[in-house]
Design a protein around this ligand. Sequence first.
Ligand SMILES: Cc1cc2nc3c(=O)[nH]c(=O)nc-3n(C[C@H](O)[C@H](O)[C@H](O)COP(=O)(O)OP(=O)(O)OC[C@H]3O[C@@H](n4cnc5c(N)ncnc54)[C@H](O)[C@@H]3O)c2cc1C
Length: 450
Amino acid sequence: MPTHRALVALQDRFAGTLLLPEDAAYDAARHPWNLAISQHPVAVAAPADVDDLRALIGVARESGLRLAIQPSGHGASDSLNGAVLVRMSAFDDLEVDLDRGVVTVGAGVRWGAVVDALEGTGWVAPAGTSPVVSVAGYTLGGGHSWFSRTAGLGSDNLRAAWVLRTDGTHGRADDSSDPDLLWALRGAGGIVGIVTALEIDLVRAPDVWGANLTFDVADASAVVRAVRDLAVSAPSSLNVFLNSMRMPDAPQLPEEIRGRSFLTVQALSTNGPQEELIDAVRRAGHLRRETTGPTSPAALAAASNEPTDPTPGRGASMALDVLDDATIDALLEFRELPEQWPIMGIDIRMLGGALGTPRRAGFASLPSAGWLLHALVPVFPGMPTEPGDASLVAFRELLAPNEAPQTVATFLEPGQTLERCGSADDIARLRDLRSRFDPDALLHDGRLPR
Ligand SMILES: Cc1cc2nc3c(=O)[nH]c(=O)nc-3n(C[C@H](O)[C@H](O)[C@H](O)COP(=O)(O)OP(=O)(O)OC[C@H]3O[C@@H](n4cnc5c(N)ncnc54)[C@H](O)[C@@H]3O)c2cc1C
């Protein structure tokens, strides 16, 4: 049946919502969270249940469409031409089992809901920094969290998933029943099936302690070196992020932050105070502000200032093997160049710890990389994309000599593929698994073009 007629026919028996381009609500529904990416799917579906998902699979098979599962679209990457965009918001169950240290969530649940449910329990989730990213999108893409040195990637903590396969069967899969499927789900996104729920390990952390140190930017060289040196002795219970912010001198910004620079070190321990370890960093520069003491993921999320509403954004990310003196100097020099003003923030995350020995077999892993860097360039609607794009190219070129062999999919940029996240053998295995689990190509290519 022609595509459009098949979708119109499905609208009548669809329990959730199925919007076509002629429907008034379609235009607002087609956008991803990252508004810099323009998507034009043939329809936007919000299935109410597994039967609705099965009906979508049926139409895809009949009409040659592909299904692109996108809980919210922080990781949106292409136009979705010829695809049905599938939102999982109705799959919103959340069950915390503290006896087993496990949370079970529907594929539409966002990390903020899990963080709130765990507040005060002595357990934390392997969540990323944004409360509005979905547990599914993050975990299926690898996922690097505040607690990754302690608990590994988000995908290492995926115990089991409920998967609707393209043959219409739906059930729980784990390492005993479907080791290949789980290996692919841990980091290669949804190219092997539609996940309806996930079972995730929690991290026991009764004594979460944090230090937030803001320095003069003039001391950046010594502070970044001190953080780099800390990696040698830091236990896996200590997680460290460094952030260099330079607000553009843009009239759109409030006067109090416009054109100003900050350098902040955030350390988070799952094992109580780590004052003596942080002290070397503290002494490396002139502290402008310090907050130290007990904290929690909810407090971190509240203080993180991550945007929660859909926002246009772009950036460049890279995992590095080492952060040597030459790279630190080159990066800081680059940061001061007037022509690099479009780069508003650079994040440097310390890797290592539990990331070095993944607990479960999965496509995503960062076993040998030492650092994960991300540069952020804001997008101001209506303004030209240059010189921002050129700054991101220069950022990548500067770091390229130290690039680690692989990164994680949640840090891929639009248009980048899973080839950057695994070896040639891993990619060949993924392609084989996709042919086995989705032989008729009903699922969107995602980050692995066919
Ligand atoms: C402000 C911000 C902060 C961020 N912080 C972090 C961070 O700290 N750590 C980190 O690792 N990442 C971070 N990210 C990146 C983010 O984790 C990824 O972009 C993630 O993929 C987005 O999740 P989403 O819910 O928007 O998923 P989407 O972008 O909507 O989906 C991503 C992909 O996941 C797959 N998928 C999702 N759900 C299903 C399903 N149910 N079945 C099958 N396949 C599915 C699909 O292949 C889909 O294309 C951040 C992004 C932003 C914008």
